[in-house]
Design a protein around this ligand. Structure first.
Ligand SMILES: [Zn+2]
Length: 283
């Protein structure tokens, strides 16, 4: 069963896990496209997307003061105020992605978006340090939904696996004015209970969607997964005219998705029934 996913690579196929709680010497805000900024640390991050309808925050990190400080600083670093935050779009129902959503909504009046199934999941967090999402959200995300914020459209693709109703996103960005299409794979790790075969089906589904939309950029909400830390360090010092390391090109998207296939193939060697017994990171 697993042979289909045995992809030849000389690189490490071992899953890279976020190291929560470790403090890093790392700038929390990095603008890395004309309208997209990274906010976070090398364990987990969120993204500020500037649109004609104000700021959109994609994910909301852990419910911890240092992450709240990072988001507030990020908003100010890119020249906005908290009341400019209009939409908070969440990939999935784990507390390191929705953690500050409600607090930020109270401060800004922004709307919260998540899939209904993952809202249910988030009402009963499996990890004690995560707060429950025991409050109403404003919009339930569904497969194929287009979120229109001014002339920016975020296309939603339901990609079950990491959680049952995890969402992945495709949206346009520009870099020095050059147009690109970005993708965010919403849920990465093969945590305890994940059905690896379901996860793999979603990898195929999202790869197809990315090809359809002409995606040539990948970003991750856990920077260790895709050498995000190293690439952000490059972006901070990048000279104008030099290619952005997050633009990997349409042809390379397939190889990027293969990383999830090789990671899954490794996991299937351990759990041939396809059900992961790996603990949640940081548990
Ligand atoms: Zn998660």
């Amino acid at each position: 069963m697993s042979t289909k996913y045995e992809i030849k690579t000389w690189r490490s196929a071992v899953e890279r896990k976020p190291e929560f709680g470790k403090m890093f010497d790392f700038e929390p805000t990095t603008k890395f496209f004309d309208q997209l900024s990274f906010v976070g640390d090398p364990a987990v991050c969120c993204f500020l997307l500037e649109t004609a309808e104000g700021l959109v925050l994609i994910d909301a990190m852990n419910p911890e003061k240092r992450y709240m400080d990072a988001i507030l600083k990020g908003i100010s670093d890119i020249g906005y105020e908290i009341t400019d935050l209009k939409h908070i779009v969440i990939t999935h129902g784990h507390g390191d992605h929705y953690g500050l959503a409600d607090e930020l909504r109270k401060l800004s009046g922004a709307k919260i978006y998540i899939s209904e199934g993952d809202h249910e999941l988030a009402k009963h967090p499996a990890i004690g340090r995560f707060s429950a999402m025991d409050y109403p959200v404003d919009v339930y995300l569904t497969d194929g939904m287009d979120l229109k914020f001014g002339d920016t459209v975020i296309h939603c693709v339901e990609t079950p696996g990491h959680t049952d109703h995890c969402m992945s996103f495709i949206f346009p960005v520009t870099d020095e004015g050059r147009p690109h299409m970005a993708s965010l794979w919403g849920g990465t790790g093969l945590n305890n209970g994940v059905n690896i075969f379901t996860y793999l089906k979603s990898v195929d589904k999202f790869e197809l969607a990315c090809a359809e939309y002409g995606v040539d950029v990948e970003i991750s909400n856990h920077p260790p997964v895709d050498n995000g830390v190293e690439r952000l360090n490059t972006v901070r010092k990048i000279a104008n005219g030099v290619p952005n390391p997050f633009v990997i090109g349409k042809d390379n998207m397939h190889y990027y998705f293969n990383k999830f296939r090789t990671m899954s193939a490794e996991a299937l060697k351990k759990w041939p029934d396809g059900i992961s017994r790996q603990p949640m990171p940081g548990k």
